[in-house]
Design a protein around this ligand. Structure first.
Ligand SMILES: Nc1nc2c(c(=O)[nH]1)N[C@H]1C(S)=C(S)[C@@H](COP(=O)(O)OP(=O)(O)OC[C@H]3O[C@@H](n4cnc5c(=O)[nH]c(N)nc54)[C@H](O)[C@@H]3O)O[C@H]1N2
Ligand SMILES: Nc1nc2c(c(=O)[nH]1)N[C@H]1C(S)=C(S)[C@@H](COP(=O)(O)OP(=O)(O)OC[C@H]3O[C@@H](n4cnc5c(=O)[nH]c(N)nc54)[C@H](O)[C@@H]3O)O[C@H]1N2
Ligand SMILES: [Mo]
Length: 775
């Protein structure tokens, strides 16, 4: 066996998870702190695990998972990236280091300012840093020349203040990580069911008869979801997976909390049926299922038997069913099979499970949201669920599984470049100031505005936009075009090293740390993927006295910026910073669903924000759930027909590449070089390929190749020296890790109406590596 590839394990979870957890705790150099931290993760009076947005199962003893433990241990290192570190390393030197190395250096602990003359970051006083930002913002010709980016870890309190500050300053430029993540879910669901969030709560998983998991790898990215799936499967619920790859955890999972599964080869079979559609083929697959359902329904009626679709529900709650039926009738089986890569028989098998279940939950994540036709695909999932009345009843519904632990809360708090008029009206009333209503910038428009220098200042509340955004060269150029780049962060990353004129690093507290303000210890709140809002409080002494909370940093920047700007607003930023209860009072006045916010948090586990669609209330117009009648895309290969023909004429095989996460990373944070469940060790530049495709092009397993993406601008986007790994993946599809493959995703290749980069469908060609490493 080679040094990189080993056999895929036969089950996920179990002892290997536990061993890996312990390894990460020990390597963090703070083992005691971390064990204490883990016991408090996702508990009442503890902190919300920064690992993912899955909800908490109250009855369980331990509420963390292997990858949550990694996220917590990563934050709680004792290593410091301080003034001495920056004195030692120039920015040019740091730029040469890998992303892994940068973050591995430890926690940022002091505010720093870039010095162009020395090419080093140098310490700056907090107050001076705030003044610098305030003065720069005040000097801009228009508030729309500033971009306020948010990554989904920021608390409700910090993100509420952040959007309020941006809006009082005068803009709706709020690009955020969600633009690259679940944006399509928000767009699709808002239009279809009148609310951009999932309709289920965690308990629904205990009552479902079938769960369809589309385009998601929970074994790695939402391990606590595996507990829910495992419990459901053991209780007889049928789980059906649609995934481009065979992901081990979706096949068989051993709970590290079950002694037998932990210590023996036993595991729970998760998926009753597992289908591997082509990348971007899910819409066709679901269309096929609906076509089967409608034709069987017709047969029933002809034979005088009861309907198998829920006519009562459709009549009472839905609109445009006729149009949808028409479009389904007009979709050919040839196109369904060709785009999905699945046969009529396979889709019939999936349909049988669907129809035999009274209550069905559909979940999905990035395999669905990062395509050109993602909005249409998600609306097709909604169509399927509406057909059988699978919304608004216990054990059934729609479940977009969010990524970052508070990304959903950020949106609720108003991190949104296209706020509704109702939202702005209510917020304006609460702060007694007129706020802007015009659309601002999402990530796509923000990067373009920075590139053409119509935007000049970038402030990032967390995240690592340099590596998270597509088209790495363009994105780096955009950051390097800024007049001021402000990064509020816990760890050093590439976004700190893409510098234009001025740059600041503002180090903040992490979730696990005690947040002391004028009125004493504070807690923050977050919202999970099930719209549960609860408190989170750190309990560890902060790594350095010089660290500030995100909330405090935002309040101080706002104070420094807005002090002399002529607003009527009577916001006392210092008072809010000193007592987060007051921020929550302001949230209560500004945002629906937060009545008695502070009191409600006293309930164990927090409170549910409610979901109109789950209550069969449709907040769209007309007030009924919408059957969306989209045609299938013309092609699921994401390039123009001309380009496609041209390459086909040259006999050049064209592939569709998806960029995805390994088991050892958190987005752009790389914890290690292994991807245990896929059998990969010590490598990240791996390209998963179907053996037949590779052989056809004359490649062997482990050959080095260069990958080049194809796009209409004819710009050369290539990444070099990827090692081929033969894998169970549909023909003409490829997979490789993000962010290494971000240089291949063209900035202009985004989802229709979502503007989400098409990170799961990049048209590429592969060639023998020009300069392979010497072995
Ligand atoms: N440990 C850890 N946890 C995380 C994260 C992390 O990086 N590490 N990131 C967090 C964030 S922000 C997010 S958004 C989530 C991401 O969670 P996921 O969405 O699970 O993330 P990806 O690794 O991008 O996985 C995409 C999955 O979809 C499949 N897929 C890709 N394209 C298609 C397709 O066209 N059709 C189908 N049916 N399947 C497809 C892939 O094979 C893969 O299994 O996880 C969150 N949690
Ligand atoms: N090709 C490709 N690109 C993708 C994706 C993909 O699947 N493929 N996925 C997309 C998705 S789903 C997402 S969500 C984005 C992620 O985009 P981001 O959210 O911007 O990126 P992260 O890697 O999560 O950010 C990591 C950084 O956040 C900072 N950080 C960590 N914790 C905290 C904290 O508590 N407070 C603050 N202030 N900072 C903190 C650290 O400095 C760390 O370096 O990437 C997107 N990009
Ligand atoms: Mo995400």
């Amino acid at each position: 066996m080679s040094e990189h590839f080993s056999k895929k394990p036969k089950k996920a979870g179990g002892l290997s998870s536990l061993t890996s957890t312990l390894k990460h705790i020990i390597q963090s150099q703070q083992p005691q702190t971390n064990v204490k931290n883990l016991l408090k993760a996702n508990k009442d009076k503890g902190f919300d695990c920064p690992g993912c947005a899955w909800g908490d199962q109250k009855e369980e003893l331990l509420q963390f998972c292997e990858n949550g433990a990694k996220a917590i241990a990563w934050e709680s290192t004792s290593k410091k990236v301080d003034a001495a570190f920056f004195a030692q390393h120039s920015v040019r030197q740091l730029q040469k280091q890998s992303d892994y190395w940068l973050e591995y250096q430890g926690r940022l602990t002091e505010p720093m300012k870039y010095n162009t003359q020395t090419d080093h970051y140098e310490p700056i006083d907090w107050q001076e840093a705030y003044q610098l930002i305030g003065n720069k913002l005040k000097s801009l010709t228009s508030p729309h020349e500033a971009e306020f980016y948010t990554s989904g870890r920021a608390s409700n309190e910090a993100s509420f203040l952040y959007q309020l500050f941006g809006r009082l300053y005068g803009t709706n430029n709020f690009p955020d990580c969600s633009n690259m993540c679940h944006e399509a879910s928000g767009v699709a669901l808002n239009e279809s069911i009148g609310i951009g969030k999932g309709t289920v709560i965690l308990d629904d998983f205990n009552h479902a008869d079938a769960i369809f998991v589309f385009g998601q790898n929970p074994g790695t990215n939402h391990p606590r979801m595996m507990n829910a799936l495992r419990k459901a499967a053991r209780g007889g619920c049928k789980i059906v997976s649609f995934n481009n790859l065979k992901e081990v955890a979706l096949e068989r999972f051993a709970s590290p909390q079950d002694p037998i599964e932990l210590l023996t080869t036993k595991a729970t079979t998760i998926s009753h049926a597992y289908f591997t559609p082509k990348l971007g083929g899910d819409m066709a697959a679901i269309r096929g299922m609906v076509k089967i359902i409608l034709s069987r329904n017709e047969e029933q009626i002809i034979n005088g038997k009861p309907a198998i679709i829920d006519n009562g529900f459709i009549k009472q709650h839905c609109q445009k069913f006729d149009q949808y039926q028409q479009v389904v009738n007009d979709t050919s089986w040839q196109k369904i099979e060709q785009q999905s890569g699945l046969s009529f028989e396979q889709l019939s098998q999936a349909t049988d499970v669907f129809l035999n279940a009274d209550k069905v939950i559909c979940t999905w994540a990035m395999g669905i949201t990062q395509h050109k036709h993602s909005v249409a695909t998600i609306q097709e999932i909604v169509n399927l669920q509406l057909l059988s009345g699978n919304i608004g009843k216990k054990g059934a519904g729609l479940c977009p599984v969010r990524g970052h632990s508070n990304v959903q809360g950020n949106r609720t708090m108003g991190i949104n470049e296209k706020p509704t008029a109702a939202f702005i009206d209510k917020l304006s009333l609460a702060v007694d100031t007129k706020l802007p209503k015009e659309k601002g910038h999402n990530v796509y428009y923000a990067l373009n505005a920075l590139l053409d220098k119509t935007s000049k200042v970038l402030i990032c509340l967390g995240g690592n936009i340099a590596q998270a955004a597509p088209d790495t060269e363009q994105t780096h150029q955009a950051l390097k075009s800024t007049e001021l780049n402000v990064q509020i962060s816990t760890k050093l990353n590439r976004s700190h090293l893409c510098i234009g004129q001025d740059a600041l690093i503002l180090p903040c507290l992490g979730r696990t740390e005690i947040d002391n303000q004028d009125t004493g210890e504070q807690f923050i709140t977050v919202e999970d993927t099930f719209s549960m809002v609860h408190a989170s409080q750190g309990s560890v002494v902060p790594l350095a006295k010089s660290l500030r909370s995100e909330t405090a940093i935002v309040a101080d920047i706002a104070d420094a910026t807005l002090a002399n700007i002529n607003t009527n607003s009577a916001i006392n930023w210092q008072e809010l910073k000193g007592n987060y209860d007051l921020i929550r009072d302001l949230i209560e006045q500004s945002i629906p669903g937060f009545t008695n916010f502070n009191q409600q948090l006293e309930q164990p586990g927090g409170f549910h924000l409610g979901n109109s669609a789950a209550q069969l209330k449709w907040c769209n117009l007309p007030e009924k759930a919408l059957f969306s009648a989209h045609d299938l895309p013309t092609s699921i290969i994401n390039i123009s027909e001309d380009k496609l023909n041209d390459l086909q004429n040259k006999n050049q095989p064209i592939y569709t590449l998806q960029s995805l996460r390994s088991h050892d990373q958190y987005n752009t944070t790389i914890y290690g070089m292994n991807d245990r469940y896929r059998g990969i060790s010590n490598a990240r530049n791996v390209l998963f390929i179907n053996k037949k495709d590779a052989l056809k092009q004359g490649f062997k397993n482990e050959d080095y190749v260069d990958i080049t993406s194809i796009w209409s601008d004819n710009k050369n986007r290539t990444v070099n020296n990827f090692i081929l790994c033969f894998y169970d993946i549909p023909r003409s599809n490829l997979a490789a890790y993000y962010p290494e493959t971000n240089p291949l995703v063209p900035l202009d290749s985004y989802g229709d109406r979502s503007y989400t980069p098409t990170s799961k469908s990049v048209a590429v060609i592969i060639n023998k590596a020009k300069n392979p490493p010497l072995i």
